[in-house]
Design a protein around this ligand. Structure first.
Ligand code: UDP
Ligand code: MG
Length: 317
């Protein structure tokens, strides 16, 4: 029997897991005879998530699996672990808070089987229920990163997607430490279709992301999928160099025509501050890239597993 596996990262989701399981089970019979499997990744939760997963596994050992990390490694690491662990012909990545509607799975499956796509994702066409300022910055981010990067970033695309085994194998070949799934799923190529839908609120619990975490995540995305900021730093340097040449010519000409000296202390200070600022900014950009190189060269594991269900240990992939 062919199977579909769901990879579900969970961080402090004791409330949402039972709701998620109940809702997703409802669409089981619409999946064309495919067996539906679950691979929950407990990303170092500090609540009862692991207990909830153990219980679910003991009642549904054939289909519900879990992998538990030794600490919180982040959603990206959890997705990577899930894709590596999960067996199955088709694999979907899903959030546990029901913001990724399970009722799309049959449509996604049809997209792959009938229309011949390799990957079918979901894309939010609005962000209702989200703070306005957050949506604004999210939109700016997509515009900005698409200008800077050669990899295409689809506005509002979620990590929620159903993939063929071939796509999954491609994604897990990318074993970089600084992971940015939105970019990785696009970078691997293959034919992708997006199902559009209107934003949904979390079923329970609260989001794990603060505004500043999202800002950092965005910077990570840009640094991982574009080298243009480095080029921009050089252009800024070049521009200020050209401007300073013009200023020198201006000062020399003024001296020749009008004579006098010791003009412009205030402007001198502002120029020094400006140049200093530009230099620090460019150093910062450079530093970010070097920092990422540093992390990559250490080759630390992306995640560490503390516990797995028995079935997961013995599954042949
Ligand atoms: N998540 C995770 N590790 C983390 C943070 C989040 O595995 O460090 C999971 C979380 O349990 C959920 C998904 O990632 O299943 C999305 O998280 P959340 O709903 O907080 O993010 P949002 O939907 O607001 O982007
Ligand atoms: Mg969510």
């Amino acid at each position: 029997m062919k199977s579909i596996s769901l990879v579900i990262p969970c961080f402090n989701e004791e409330e949402t897991i039972p709701l998620f399981f109940k809702e997703t089970e409802k669409i089981k019979n619409k999946l064309r005879g495919y067996q539906l499997n679950y691979w929950f990744i407990n990303d170092g939760s500090t609540d009862k998530t692991l207990k909830v997963l153990r219980n679910l596994n003991s009642s549904q050992a054939q289909r519900v699996h879990y992998v538990s990390f030794s600490k919180n490694f982040g959603k990206e690491a959890a997705i990577y672990a899930g894709l590596r662990e999960a067996a199955g012909d088709y694999i979907a990545v899903m959030d546990v808070d029901l913001q990724d509607p399970p009722e799309f799975l049959p449509t996604m499956l049809a997209g792959i089987e009938d229309e011949g796509y390799d990957m079918v994702g979901a894309r939010r066409v609005d962000r209702k229920g989200e703070p306005k300022i957050r949506s604004f910055f999210a939109n700016c981010f997509y515009k900005f990163i698409n200008k800077l990067s050669n990899t295409q970033f689809v506005t509002g695309a979620r990590d929620y997607r159903l993939m063929t085994r071939q796509v999954v194998n491609a994604v897990i070949q990318i074993s970089e430490y600084n992971r940015f799934s939105k970019g990785i799923f696009s970078w691997v190529g293959f034919n992708t279709k997006y199902i559009e839908y209107s934003n949904r609120d979390r079923s329970a619990g609260t989001t794990n992301w603060s505004f500043w975490q999202l800002v950092r995540y965005s910077i990570e995305g840009i640094v991982n999928f574009s080298e243009k900021p480095l080029a921009i730093a050089s252009y800024v340097g070049l521009t200020s160099f050209v401007l300073s040449i013009l200023a020198i010519i201006f000062i020399v000409v003024r001296k020749i025509i009008f004579g006098g000296s010791a003009y412009g202390w205030a402007s001198l200070i502002s120029v020094i501050l400006m140049i200093g600022g530009i230099q620090l900014l460019c150093l910062g950009i450079l530093g970010k890239y070097i920092g990422n190189i540093y992390l990559e060269t250490k080759k630390r594991p992306i995640y560490l597993i503390k516990e797995k269900d028995n079935q997961t240990n013995s599954t042949i992939k």
